[in-house]
Design a protein around this ligand. Structure first.
Ligand code: SAH
Length: 231
């Protein structure tokens, strides 16, 4: 079973949509589970303080190392992966999601305010992971993104084992355009090739569309794709 454990000040946000649909079904089938740890429960003062002002001055508050350390040390087993969701982290992508899907347990720390004390990152073998070049007000949304993307790679979670194979990024390209009924929508038909029944031709068309879209929208992916293709 894949175990995800979320360290948060807002445990009520979870499971959110993660116990619905296919993810919920897989959860009920014990393919994966979600635990939340309320960081505040590990504060030892009477006000349940979790944050304090930064040394050296500056805006905002920092989550305290001692409180966060207790929450981790009492819940994480040795050798489990610990991730701090952080705009300073390595960029999350499908390859990393796939890699994480092979772990038995993934612990995700959701920061708040201005973030967490650096010493916790330095002492607890924590990897920092960012979901993009923007600042969120808390790590919870990022945790949803990471778990959602991981779950898609866990066998038995998606109904159709093949349905992730054709997605964008799987072959280094963005996905080709898709169409469904009705055949005519506001006077617009669908590309003839898709109605031809010629599977080889359809495959070629889809690949050329994928290539064109990737070249146009994501020169970074396109360069990588070309390099791999030419090797
Ligand atoms: N002061 C920090 C930002 C803190 S934002 C800095 O400038 O780097 C508050 C919390 O939101 C962070 O602790 C982190 O857990 C989460 N967060 C914000 N942006 C994120 C992103 N792009 N990816 C992942 N987590 C993010």
């Amino acid at each position: 079973m894949f175990n995800s454990r979320i360290f948060t000040l807002y445990p009520d946000y979870f499971p959110g949509y993660l116990d619905k649909g296919l993810f919920g079904k897989a959860m009920r089938e014990n393919i994966w589970k979600l635990e939340t740890v309320n960081i505040r429960d590990y504060s030892e003062d009477k006000h349940k303080t979790v944050d304090d002002t930064p040394y050296g001055g500056g805006d905002g508050m920092i989550i305290k190392a001692d409180v966060l350390a207790r929450s981790l040390d009492q819940n994480v087993n040795p050798d489990e992966k610990i991730i701090y969701l952080s705009p300073k982290g390595r960029l999350f992508d499908h390859n990393y999601a796939k890699k994480l899907s092979k772990e038995k347990s993934v612990n995700l720390i959701c920061g708040h305010f201005e973030g967490i004390d650096q010493r916790i990152i330095d002492t607890r073998n924590i990897e920092e992971v960012s979901i993009g070049d923007f600042i969120l007000s808390g790590g919870e949304v990022a945790a949803f993104v990471v778990i959602d993307a991981i779950l898609r790679y866990i066998p038995g979670v998606l109904g159709n084992e093949n349905s992730s194979k054709d997605e964008s990024f799987e072959n280094g390209l963005l996905e080709y355009p898709q169409y469904t009924k009705p055949q005519i929508f506001e006077q617009k038909g669908v590309p003839d090739v898709l109605l031809s029944g010629d599977h080889a031709k359809i495959k070629d068309w889809r690949l050329s569309q994928s290539e064109a879209i990737t070249r146009d929208r994501r020169p970074d992916l396109w360069q990588k794709y070309k390099r791999i293709k030419n090797n």
